[in-house]
Design a protein around this ligand. Structure first.
Ligand SMILES: NC(=O)c1ccc[n+]([C@@H]2O[C@H](COP(=O)([O-])OP(=O)(O)OC[C@H]3O[C@@H](n4cnc5c(N)ncnc54)[C@H](OP(=O)(O)O)[C@@H]3O)[C@@H](O)[C@H]2O)c1
Length: 353
């Protein structure tokens, strides 16, 4: 009995050691607690990916009149999303930090001279509001409508860094910049949507929304910063905003629907700051491939069966449980208004800029 218990303890410790969010050991009780909670939801996510593997699929079909905008996409899951959107013959506008490298990455995957889709790449640092504004101007000047917006770019467990506007980088990149982009592109999204064929916004969130908390008193981690806490907060923020914005648009009878997606636990460079970098083979073995990770995101963006189901949080091709706060409309509205105040937005989707 003692041998079995010792073996279980050692296996759990080894798992913990190689899957912790940082390369260093936690330094206090709060960090230990955050690590255990993260490992628990991560393990639940992995089991979910395994159980629902057969449900995790998307049917691609030609939609050559559609314009899709995606952030990131020069690597990881985003690259595979672009491949699928181009296979649907869409015009795909990718916003990334290094457009030359982005174009090269996509052209290595898709033969751009043969695909029926069109690919355009434009500079975007989603963490910098001035860059989001410039990118939006480019989109607005070139496209009267946007059918699909995929807010995909993200960072995870990065050391403390503030953007030039003073926002903590997870909050700025994963949440705030995408919120601003969605606001600025809302007229184009509304122009694209019609009854029975809504325009769609897909916010790429994460299962860790379940353990997130919006710390209104220290949103930028000025008083205390722990990378996993910042990541979890930004991913919960995406879900709360998804729920409120979808409700708002429904009340306006606008033909735009907002979805949030957990792509699965996927083997990408997102884990660069975590301990998993020391076990790449194990990661390859038990995590999803980026191709699989892209499926539910594209499903949320194009599947006709999801019409009218905006506000949903999807994982592995179906609805999935999310943070209880996101079921509370007042809590969703509180964050939404707080964000509009931060960004000086007077009327979401309708400000003159
Ligand atoms: N992988 C997973 O297990 C997992 C699980 C749940 C959720 N997600 C979410 O899935 C999304 C994609 O992640 P991934 O796994 O594909 O990660 P990844 O391989 O690290 O790719 C991240 C992408 O985001 C871009 N990006 C980062 N900061 C940016 C900025 N300031 N401006 C513009 N682009 C920026 C990166 O571009 P650069 O090359 O310029 O850095 C890259 O294209 C993220 O939102 C992530 O939170 C992933």
């Amino acid at each position: 009995m003692l041998t079995i218990l010792t073996a279980i303890f050692i296996s759990l410790f080894v798992m913990f050691y190689f899957f912790k969010t940082s390369k260093e050991m936690p330094k206090n009780w709060y960090e230990w607690k955050t690590e255990f909670r993260f490992q628990y939801v991560g393990a639940v996510g992995l089991v979910h990916d395994l159980i629902y593997a057969s449900r995790d699929k998307v049917a691609l079909y030609p939609q050559n009149d559609k314009v899709a905008v995606i952030t990131g996409g020069n690597r990881g899951i985003g690259l595979k999303i672009i491949e699928k959107l181009l296979a649907c013959e869409m015009t795909v506008v990718m916003g990334c930090r290094d457009p030359k490298a982005g174009e090269k990455a996509v052209s290595q995957l898709v033969n751009l001279s043969k695909t029926k889709g069109k690919f355009v790449c434009e500079a975007l640092d989603v963490g910098e509001l001035s860059s989001v504004l410039a990118f939006t101007k480019f989109v607005k000047e070139n496209y009267k409508k946007v059918d699909i917006l995929i807010n995909n770019a993200g960072i995870m467990f990065a050391p403390l860094h503030k953007t030039s506007e003073g926002f903590e980088s997870h909050f700025a990149v994963n949440y705030l910049g995408h919120f601003f982009l969605t606001h600025l592109l809302m007229p184009q999204l509304k122009a694209a949507g019609s009854k029975g064929r809504s325009a769609r916004v897909v916010n790429v969130s994460s299962v860790v929304n379940l353990i997130g908390r919006i710390n209104y008193k220290d949103i930028n981690g000025d008083k205390y910063y722990y990378p996993a806490t910042a990541y979890n907060q930004s991913k919960l923020a995406q879900i709360l905003a998804t729920r409120h914005l979808n409700k708002m648009l429904r009340e306006q009878n606008a033909n735009v629907e907002i979805f949030a997606v957990h792509p699965g636990v996927v083997d990408t460079d997102l884990f660069e700051y975590s301990a998993t970098t020391s076990v790449p083979l194990l990661k390859k073995l038990i995590f999803k491939t980026p191709e699989r990770g892209s499926r539910t995101i594209v499903y949320a963006a194009i599947d006709p069966s999801l019409e009218g189901k905006g506000g949903s949080y999807l994982s592995n091709g179906g609805k999935s449980p999310f943070h209880p706060d996101a079921k509370n409309p007042e809590k969703c509205e509180k964050l939404f208004k707080f964000t509009c105040d931060l960004l000086k937005i007077k009327e979401f989707g309708n400000d003159k800029i």
